[in-house]
Design a protein around this ligand. Sequence first.
Ligand SMILES: Nc1ncnc2c1ncn2[C@@H]1O[C@H](COP(=O)(O)OP(=O)(O)OP(=O)(O)O)[C@@H](O)[C@H]1O
Length: 379
Amino acid sequence: MQNTVVPEPAVAISGLEKHFTRKQNGEVSLAVDNVGFTVARGSFFTLLGPSGCGKTTTLRCLAGLESADRGEIAMNGRSVFSAGARRDVAPEDRPIAMVPQSYGIWPHMKVFDNAAFPLRHGRTTCSRGEARTRVLAMLDQVGLAEYADRWSTQLSGGQQQRLALARALLCEPEVLLLDEPLSNLDAKLRAQLRAELRSFQQKFGVTTIYVTHDQGEALAMSDTIVVMNRGRIEQIGAPAEIYDSPASRFVADFVGSANLVAGVVDRHDGDVIEAKTAIGTVRCARFTTPAEPVSPGRELHVCVRPEHVRVLTAATATTEPNVFTARVTATEYLGDRREVTVAVDDLVLRAHADAHLDARPGDEVRVALDPEWTIALWT
Ligand SMILES: Nc1ncnc2c1ncn2[C@@H]1O[C@H](COP(=O)(O)OP(=O)(O)OP(=O)(O)O)[C@@H](O)[C@H]1O
């Protein structure tokens, strides 16, 4: 039998825990609660979650800027932190480069000198001539060659972001840590730069751990997303897994938008769950099989994304499951689609309909929840 060699992950974290004590009142809070994951070499890995969920603290523990109370961190198979063994390798001795939210660009230096800083003072110092060649080549790669002699304060936000990235890449890190690097930019530039950042990452093949609270950014850029909430991991998966098969109500609601309806299991036949809810019986073909048997009466939430809710005319005759009579309460024309809000009895549902659908508030319609895309989430 052949031995399969499993490649070493670039980063492996296990059982990470970090408490903070508030100076004002001595209150202790758990910022990172039993966090563990592995990051494949060369991948783009995103920590996603709302403000205060512990993403930056996790990133700072990886960088060595924060010491965890428990847990282990290894990079390329080498332990850089172990609470048990009292090992905490200094940031400068870890194979990382970090771009902070503020970019950390020195205003009193020119663009070239900012980029050259790690080659002059870092762990990979080289001769002046070589440094010059490498810096100019890198500035060229990120489209800043012509700005080398400008003061860094004369750069736009997007250019400063590219400079920070160039400087980090010049350190030749094994792992690049990025903390919300696009958050100071306007929406249009963010969208442009996220594509650019992803293509730099792929070009350089550098393992990247990216922190953001922006679900659009996470879905667009990542190979793997970790969704965090209150210091804990809610779900780890590829963007499509997270979006199409959220593991919890929190993930369903935080990533994209979701219609959520409380209910209980009525019937379960292996492939399908029928849930009893306030609007009637809903068939769900998507669910994770829990460890314990699914018995009738078990509480759940039915989740369906607006793009899987079709708006039909009131007269549509159908024997399809998951079709309910509803009343339109609001519609919004968004150019590429119309967002329709309907009420089924007291329950409000959102649907994405054709932009030219003729539906007005007060109209009676039918709505169809696609069973294949209707998810049962365990409560
Ligand atoms: N130095 C600190 N002292 C006390 N509490 C802290 C400290 N740093 C973080 N915290 C707390 O730890 C929790 C997690 O913070 P963290 O900055 O990791 O969250 P985050 O998800 O990155 O949020 P944001 O997106 O707002 O940066 C928060 O409740 C925060 O108030």
